[in-house]
Design a protein around this ligand. Sequence first.
Ligand code: ATR
Length: 288
Amino acid sequence: MISGKAKVCGIMAYPVEHSLSPMMHNFYAGQMGIDFAYVPFKVPEDMVEAAVKGAYALNLTGMNITVPHKQRVIPCLKELDPAAESIGAVNTLVRMEGGFKGYNTDAPGLLRAMTEQGMEIEGKDCLLIGAGGAAKAAAFVLGSRGAASVVVLNRSESRGWELAEDMNRRFGRAFMTAMALKDYEKLPAKAWLAVQTTSVGMAPHRDQAPIEDREFYKSIRNAVDVIYTPFKTRFMSRVEEAGGRAVGGLDMLIYQGIEAFELWNPEQKVPCHVISRAREMMIKELER
Ligand code: ATR
């Protein structure tokens, strides 16, 4: 039941109709008996500032922000979490005195998806496939969790280097380098931890992977794909066929939501059995 005292949150996106977040957050609130409501807001780019002001005036507890507003929302905030500042993207707003504070829960969501599967980052040699927005959050996680080295493999090598140099500066250590995706055969043989952040392999292009060559996958020990449609990508299948372990984007999506839900309800921790049920529900929804 939603009472007059309910905390109200929502997601701001354009389009918003495809979002699984309302289902996810209302499910947690229902399962945990929290007086909370979460609704979709379809906001065009030129209305982002008005929408953030309006959300504050309407006493919203927080918001999720997604494509295409994750950067545009930053100047509208009262405060910015340092990790979100380094990543340059905000996906969660939390109400504070006089405005909203911006966070990025994609990064802790990725980290939690990996740690729940026992994938360690500290001391590992990593491959980061892609150099866009999702890669930046992943690079931040790898850097802040002590990756020994990260090679950015990107179609455009210069964009890969831009990301690598930005992160090397931020972390004050030269742990990142870049290479053109087509040159993957030049990589030294290592037990890589790979994070796939491009859109290659996303439905309807399920029969694609950023690298097709099965030889490449033999040197991958652990892998994450940020794509969640399909929830088992061709990239993940290739890793598993070659004997490695792979985590998909659905776990990341779930844990970024959990991190946001816990920022809005700091006195609550979403229990594991509720997370598992949400996962089943989302798989059903994605299969529809
Ligand atoms: P996002 O914010 O989702 O990461 P993005 O900023 O548009 O999206 O980045 C998309 C990433 O996927 C980039 O690394 C892009 O490579 P380029 O920087 O060379 O453009 C990569 N990408 C997209 N389509 C690709 C393809 N067909 N083959 C290889 N890489 C691709």
